[in-house]
Design a protein around this ligand. Structure first.
Ligand code: HEM
Length: 156
């Protein structure tokens, strides 16, 4: 596939509507989960939408999260002092991927490996930033995730 016709991960998964569907359903599962439910007990109704907007920007979509919410430092701030464990992180990532399957999101090896790559990175960062004594770098750049080593979607 010529380089200029390779879509962003954001376009490949179906844009902001697909991300909103994903996070709406995902946080329903999260709330019902015995391990994660209590962690998200006080989550606001607009939380799924905020996470969809954040993921959109990371995956190559519009930079609305940076414009409206304050970029990566603001997101990191939400995790401070939450004492997240690896067990909770693994459950979070697992439920998100199960929800992607449930909603029939693209499941080609290239897309899923890129998505898992970001989720592993982002969720591990969330755990690190949830430990006591961590300070937020106010200039931390927004991560931008692409196709990685595979360089594009499945072409057969
Ligand atoms: C790639 C990984 C992750 C991303 C992109 C992400 C993104 C976000 C964003 C954007 C917010 C702010 C939402 C808002 O402003 O309403 C947030 C808050 C939060 N996140 Fe994460 N997060 C990630 C991983 C995790 C994990 C692994 C956990 C726990 C296991 C977690 C727990 C929370 C909690 C508890 C909040 C605050 C919820 C509340 O408002 O009460 N996050 N996250």
């Amino acid at each position: 596939m010529p380089e200029q016709s390779i879509p962003s991960l954001y376009d490949w998964l179906g844009g902001i509507d697909a991300l909103n569907r994903l996070t709406d359903r995902f946080y329903q599962h999260v709330k019902a989960d015995p391990l994660l439910g209590p962690v998200f007990e006080h989550m606001g109704a607009d939380h799924p939408g905020h996470v969809a907007t954040f993921l959109a920007e990371v995956l190559g979509g519009p930079d609305d999260y940076s414009k409206q919410h304050g970029g990566h430092p603001h997101m990191v701030q939400q995790h401070l002092n939450r004492h997240l464990s690896q067990e909770k992180r693994r459950r979070w990532v697992g439920l998100l991927l199960e929800t992607a399957d449930e909603l029939g999101m693209p499941d080609d090896p290239e897309f899923r490996s890129a998505l898992v790559g970001y989720l592993e990175w982002g969720s591990r960062l969330a755990v690190i930033n949830s430990q006591p004594g961590v300070a937020v770098d106010p200039h931390a750049p927004m991560p931008r995730w692409g196709w990685g080593e595979v360089k594009g979607p499945y072409t057969g």
